[in-house]
Design a protein around this ligand. Structure first.
Ligand code: SAM
Length: 164
């Protein structure tokens, strides 16, 4: 049975610096059907339920053109995660792995990423499938899926690439 914020056999927590979260601006929030981490899927699926990405002002104008992409990369802040584990036991069987070898939400900077499928856009709201986060999860950023994104001009040797 999964328990929230437990330490499992052989897991290792450290005295992490107090989080400051400085420098991040939450640009919106994600509305999903899940209110408990225990109900959330481990990873989103293209056939998962529709979730709403709500963009706050003054960032709505930054959505211009995003509706042309079939898939977008969504970055979000897993705000209910503990942040002090360096070894974790995903199967709760005493076998542990380093945090950076896992996609666990428990990490020093709890950033989640998913490739979501675009369903529709209405103003500052996007409907997508493919997310795996709690209702009200803060949104950090949106980008076109890099597999679909074509820079305007092919890079030349020595160019500093700003396109992606
Ligand atoms: N797809 C993302 C990734 O790979 O970066 C996140 C994967 S993570 C394994 C997904 C899990 O994080 C969910 O099953 C849920 O247990 C947990 N979770 C979802 N939203 C959260 C939130 N806002 N705060 C803390 N944990 C969350």
């Amino acid at each position: 049975m999964v328990r929230l914020n437990e330490i499992r056999e052989n897991e290792l927590a450290v005295n992490a610096p107090a989080p400051t979260d400085a420098g991040l601006v939450f640009i919106g929030r994600i509305r999903s059907p899940w209110t408990s981490r225990l109900e959330c899927p481990r990873q989103g699926r293209p056939d998962g339920p529709i979730c709403e990405i709500e963009i706050f002002e003054p960032w709505v104008a930054a959505l211009d053109g995003i509706e042309n992409f079939e898939r977008i990369e969504v970055l979000y802040w897993l705000h209910e995660s503990r942040r002090d584990l360096v070894r974790q036991s995903p199967a709760n069987d005493g076998a542990t792995r380093g945090t950076f070898s896992l996609r666990s939400p428990v990490r020093p900077n709890p950033i989640g990423t998913s490739i979501a499928t675009m369903v529709s856009r209405a103003g500052g709201k996007l409907l997508v499938r493919g997310l795996d986060c709690l209702d009200d999860t803060p949104l950090i950023d949106l980008k076109p899926d890099r597999a679909l994104f074509t820079p305007i001009a092919p890079p030349q040797p020595g160019d500093f690439q700003t396109g992606d």
